[in-house]
Design a protein around this ligand. Sequence first.
Ligand code: PAF
Length: 254
Amino acid sequence: MPRVVTTVAEWRSLRATHRAAGRSIGFVPTMGALHAGHASLFQAARRDNAVVLASLFVNPTQFDQENDFEHYPRTWGRDEELMDAAGVDVVFAPQVDEMYPNGTRYAVTENEVSNELEGAHRPGHFTGMLTVVLKLLQIAGAERAYFGEKDWQQLQLVRGLAKAFFIPTEIIVCPTVRETDGLAMSSRNARLSPAERALAPKFNAALVGAATPAAARTQLEATGFAVDYVEDREGRRLGAVRLRQTRLIDNVAR
Ligand code: PAF
């Protein structure tokens, strides 16, 4: 099983040992509830680095609704096994006070991309995400950090963050991992009822198959999805939909 560290000081001391031995570090930040998508990030980190560090921290500041934070799946036992199988060496699993010693006095705000798409529907989400990712990248001190393409807007913002704050860690993108029926792997899929799970792959099918974003929206609404947005941006089609209380996001190349 991976070694579990809960404090920044403990990881820094371990990191110093790895550094002294000339070992490279690959870092994968997560909020737990791990699935095959996370496993692909761990495996990419395993391939490129001597040491694989994962973080498991359900970051309260990136949830725009308290209810969503409370109901976010927490599956520590299964997560440990998946990390073990995927070759994770160390998991950093801090408490909230360790990550936010000054509460929310300090935060990272991006003023353009953060207000669009996901940002327009989840106020404050990207400020919380960028703040915790900056903290985690600083703590990890890794050569490389791995992010999934499913969260396309997050990925663009993290790349911009690393550049803006002179973070020397290379940001590596890994392709979205899908179920055989096309549904993008997500921790939130576990919340779908059997009927919703049967409907969910039609989301990806509409993003791929519809001629225009407007046609995709019409198709999705007719099938029973509530559509937050479907937009074409920078060679990709991005969408977010809701099936009762479960919100799904996805994006595909155009
Ligand atoms: O993508 C996620 O799981 C989270 O946004 C991240 C990057 C771990 C930050 O909390």
